[in-house]
Design a protein around this ligand. Sequence first.
Ligand code: SAH
Length: 344
Amino acid sequence: MEEKKVLTKMSFDELSEFILSLDERKFCVNQIISWIYVKAAASFEQMTDIKKELREKLIGCAKITDVKIKTKQMSADGTIKYLLEYSDGALAECVLMRFDNRGNLSACVSSQVGCPMGCAFCATAKRGFIRNLLPYEMVEQILTIERDTGLKVTNVVFMGQGEPFNNFDNVYKAIQIINSKLMIGIRRITVSTCGIAPKIREIAKKELIPTLAISLHAPNNALRAEIMPVEKKYNLQELKNALKYYIDETKKRVTLEYILIDGLTDTKDMALELISYMKYLKCNVNLIPYNPITPKDKFKKPSKKNVMFFKYLLESSGKKVTVRLERGADIDAACGQLAAKTDI
Ligand code: SAH
């Protein structure tokens, strides 16, 4: 028997050609696209306004996806972490986070399997780099969440495994699909990067410009180079120039993400250096209290007092500062904890 065609793997031209080969009425194409991408249908049976004949043909020769949920974990705070298995056996997570009672649902999407950037504090780096994810494999992360929960994702953050700007073209194609087919506004899509300066300039010139978050994590070259190897390639000064360019081109504000590690990055001196780095930069700051990744981790969580003091110092320089709510730490779904652990 011929292998079933996988619909989300096809380009939209291929999909349209395929559907027209089964039924020549053009409106069926849009109906099916809408069932798959807007309504996140899990089966052809669900597509009730499609003629039974076409549905039966589809059941016989096609399937919606080839991505499987390998494991699913629920946190006490409502966060859900999915470990997905792709057709070649590669594994990567996506995470659903509920932040408030306004109904906002954020999907945290992985852009690569593993990560090549080697940040000293991140569990994904310990996995090394395995491969880039394809556009549909990223889009599938959101669709899987929607199919499984029956809920509509409202915000997308590229903050899972991988460095999105190391897989730029595929991430950009995924953003195009998320925006035009899943109908998620570009302002609700955020890409987080460890600071690949040329790609920050490139995204600023694109038609669709997502919100940008920068993993800064240290305010001076020496400390940043110690914990983030990317600093040796694109240093803080180059990064700042790229950010100024992005801000000028797009008129958008950027978010600087800053990890607070006890005794290392959470001190008063670091806060003062960070304030000076942020001068003339249109940015907000998101402080991330460090999440330990191993029981004997050499980096430690900061004290609550230090977090509040650090926040206070930055705020007194006039910046808007938020402290990232820790989500899903009990299921290793918090920032920096994604490493496709299967021993659960
Ligand atoms: N590679 C991209 C996308 C990953 S986003 C980037 O670097 O931005 C994941 C965020 O969690 C990044 O800001 C990352 O630096 C942060 N992170 C990594 N390890 C962490 C840890 N142990 N505790 C808290 N945050 C961590």
